[in-house]
Design a protein around this ligand. Structure first.
Ligand SMILES: Cc1cc2nc3c(=O)[nH]c(=O)nc-3n(C[C@H](O)[C@H](O)[C@H](O)COP(=O)(O)OP(=O)(O)OC[C@H]3O[C@@H](n4cnc5c(N)ncnc54)[C@H](O)[C@@H]3O)c2cc1C
Length: 364
């Protein structure tokens, strides 16, 4: 039985640990209790028509199929209650986008994912004068609750241990394949780094650095909003959480001076809410949270084995699609770690793909 250490207990580490256990590995997962990762407060929305350009996400069928496969697997099935299928409504922001979408409805790539909405929804309350369309086959995952339940399930299976401890990189010896910390020693056949943005300090990281993409999110109380779909418009989403509570998010900040929640971030989200619901009073803010998404220059995850240290692996760069990317990358990387099948990882996710290596060389 292969012994694998996983460093990080967010979406990357959680999905990878599950895939490794499924492949017969014994997994010890370290998760720093003092560093709150991006996964803990992520809204968990997964969507395939994203951004202001409202374009189909790269690899949409592959990504959604991977998430479906997780929830259909022996480990994922008992966790199905943490995923809700929920259509996402996208109002047209202007006439040009409406015209563009008239063509996209004829595009076979888009057709499985979208349904036209003939007239504006609840126009007396919601600003969507041109109508819009529904994205279907998508939804949300309750990330923090899913991860807790996943770890409990894996622990009960006997092949998995989760240790709330920060591992310093200096305690990792890639040659003898062991971690020595405070008198304790953890030998490993493979170690997978899944530390999210904390990987900025990882000395084994030898490709272009991750791009931190700050996000802020609010939980709001706003009685009588629609609950049958998620609204994505004016640069924000409104996700129903039940009982008059909604998640309003998220900001996408490439420049920031603090990593925590800011009054500006809160106002930006509330202003967008007001544009979508111009007649409503401002909602009551119950919770305000911020964190850094670990992103890459081409917005795809990075995974693979270190070129000079056999046995050291990486899974990172999930960006704003943490749920879909974790589900899509983990099985391929687990095949590689458990069985040496490097070809199982989609080349688009490869740690040393040209864009991640070449640009590093260019920037010195
Ligand atoms: C505001 C916001 C909203 C978001 N909304 C969505 C959304 O709706 N849908 C979606 O799919 N994605 C969303 N994301 C993106 C998603 O959260 C991230 O892509 C994902 O959480 C990254 O997961 P990760 O496991 O790579 O990193 P993290 O979740 O950051 O996990 C890394 C873990 O590693 C641990 N760690 C770090 N260093 C060490 C060490 N040395 N030793 C031990 N442990 C260590 C940390 O404690 C942490 O628990 C959102 C992000 C933000 C900030």
């Amino acid at each position: 039985m292969k012994s694998v250490v996983v460093l990080g207990g967010g979406l990357s580490g959680g999905f990878l640990a599950a895939a490794l256990v499924e492949r017969g590995c014994r997994v010890v997962l370290f998760d720093d209790p003092a560093t709150e990762g991006a996964s803990r407060g992520a809204a968990g929305l997964y969507n395939v028509v994203t951004g202001r350009r409202m374009a189909l996400t790269w690899g949409a069928p592959l990504l959604v199929a991977a998430l479906d496969a997780f929830f259909a697997s022996a480990i994922g099935r008992p966790l199905a209650r943490f995923r809700q299928l929920l259509p996402i409504y996208r109002p047209y922001p202007d006439a040009a986008m409406q015209t563009l979408w008239a063509r996209r409805f004829l595009d076979p790539e888009y057709q499985p994912w979208i349904a036209a909405v003939d007239r504006p929804i609840a126009p007396d309350r919601y600003h969507n004068p041109l109508g819009g369309f529904l994205v279907q086959g998508v939804g949300r995952v309750q990330v923090a609750a899913l991860l807790e339940a996943l770890f409990a399930l894996l622990q009960a299976g006997g092949q998995f241990e989760r240790i709330p401890l920060r591992i310093d990189y200096t305690t990792i010896d890639p040659e003898s394949r062991r971690i020595d910390k405070g008198g304790a020693c953890w030998p490993f056949d493979a170690l997978a780094f899944c530390e999210g943005m904390a990987a900025a300090a990882n000395p084994f990281w030898d490709i272009r650095p991750l791009v931190p993409l700050k996000g802020q999110v609010l939980r709001i109380a706003a009685p009588n909003l629609r609950e049958s779909e998620v609204w994505v418009g004016e640069g924000v989403f409104i996700l129903p959480e039940g009982e008059g509570i909604y998640t309003l998010g998220s900001t996408y900040e490439t420049r920031f001076t603090s990593t925590g929640p800011t009054p500006e971030g809160r106002q930006l989200l509330l202003d967008a809410f007001q544009r979508l619901l111009p007649h409503d009073p401002p909602p009551q803010v119950l919770w305000h949270w911020a964190n850094l998404r670990p992103a890459t220059v081409d917005h795809l995850p990075v995974a693979g084995e270190h070129r000079h240290h056999a046995g050291l692996f990486f899974l990172n760069g999930l960006g704003s699609k943490g749920v879909l990317h974790a589900a899509a990358v983990a099985p391929g990387l687990a095949d590689w770690i458990a069985w040496g099948r490097s070809e199982a990882l989609h080349p688009a996710f490869h740690f040393y793909r040209p864009v991640m290596v070449k640009l590093k060389a260019n920037t010195g």
